[in-house]
Design a protein around this ligand. Structure first.
Ligand code: KG4
Ligand code: ZN
Length: 346
């Protein structure tokens, strides 16, 4: 089966060609530079950029994969959650393409697709995936932070999510307070490498709570007051590196502790992680060490598949088409905000 997939839920215009569980080609056109001037994603600008970039990106992946549109068996796109105007561009273009080619169209839940991205990296996803069910999956990015139990293929249960800011949002907002460019996550990661994670003691919100929810706005506020009380501190590169390392340690401590606790409580043998923050070096190392210590398998999305991409949309769309009886509905609609649990019924 050969599919063309699109992802336009936020600030990345991405397309991918998937064939029999493998990624033949994928392209991501990032808008980060455009939005960095505003310190965050501007929805209207994102939608306009998607309009500009979608067709070149689609033509690029078809060319790279040496696949003609007539050879496609289906077209897929992110249905939600995401920025409504941004989602609309990729979703409607994909739907129109499917209609013109008279092929099935599959609308995909963005978070559900993240759950499958750790299984893409060069392995045969289906066989591999089946061996590690059930698992507990951490999805952590600029827009979301959640723990999900993957019971079996296409069967998931949301365990908990952030009650305020996402972890990536926390990295970005704290970076902004320190004058770092948007998105600040990668910059904090880089600076933290030379800093002391024990230099400053920032709070680890909800780390002891028995539920699987997260909260990061209190940490952000604590850093805001700390910087107010230490004016000029972060002008010194060593002090800045120490603050970055200490902030990162607080966020990573919470993510690792809660993920491992959920895995223990759910009695699973495997943990997976995906989303932009999963690119963070400390998070990757700490999850690896914690899982090794607890005898758990760990599957991390490969760095270029952590952030939003169409490959994960296509991989999930193919699994859904293979499992689904009958043709998928042609006239699904965009759903800008809907829960992962509801994805099973959608
Ligand atoms: O998954 P993603 O591309 O988009 C969504 O938010 O859905 O994730 C982007 C987020 C940003 O908040 C960015 O700061 C964060 O991922 N991020 C990182 C790193 N690389 C990206 N955070 C910490 N360390 C990194 N190396
Ligand atoms: Zn995402």
């Amino acid at each position: 089966m050969t599919l063309l997939a699109f992802e336009t839920s936020c600030d990345e215009t991405s397309a991918a060609v998937i064939q029999d569980g493998r990624v033949l080609s994928t392209l991501v056109s990032s808008q980060i530079r455009l939005h960095s001037e505003y310190g965050g994603v501007v929805p209207e600008l994102a939608a306009r950029e998607h309009l500009r970039n979608l067709m070149p990106v689609a033509q690029g992946v078809l060319r790279d994969a040496r696949v003609a549109p007539s050879q496609l068996d289906a077209v897929a796109a992110t249905r939600g959650p995401g920025l409504p105007s941004a989602l609309m561009v990729g979703f409607k273009a994909a739907q129109a393409m499917a209609f013109a080619l008279q092929r099935p169209f599959v609308g995909i839940h963005h978070h559900e697709a993240h759950l499958y991205s750790p299984w893409i990296a060069g392995h045969p996803p289906a066989a591999d995936f089946a061996a590690f069910q059930p698992n507990v999956s951490l999805i952590v990015s600029g827009g979301h932070t959640m723990l999900v139990k993957v019971e079996s293929e296409l069967k998931h249960r949301l365990l908990g999510a952030t009650v305020d800011d996402a972890a990536g949002e926390c990295f970005d907002k704290i970076g902004k307070l320190m004058g770092l460019p948007y998105p600040a996550g990668p910059e904090i990661d880089r600076l933290a490498e030379r800093g002391n994670p024990g230099a400053f003691d920032f709070p680890r919100p909800m780390i002891q709570d028995v539920n699987d929810d997260f909260s990061f706005s209190g940490l952000k506020t604590s850093v805001r007051y700390f910087l107010r009380d230490h004016p000029g501190l972060t002008e010194d590169i060593r002090a800045l590196s120490d603050v970055c390392a200490s902030v990162q340690a607080a966020i990573v401590d919470v993510l690792v502790a809660k993920t491992l606790r959920a895995a223990g409580r759910m009695r699973v043998g495997c943990v997976t992680a995906s989303g932009g923050v999963t690119r963070n070096n400390s998070l990757r190392h700490r999850l690896k060490a914690a899982c090794e210590q607890s005898g758990l398998e760990l599957r991390l999305a490969q760095p270029d598949l952590c952030t939003d991409n169409a490959a994960m949309i296509g991989i999930l769309a193919e699994r859904k088409l293979l499992r689904q009886a009958g043709a998928p509905p042609m006239f699904e609609e965009v759903l800008p905000g809907w829960q992962l649990d509801e994805a099973l019924e959608a």
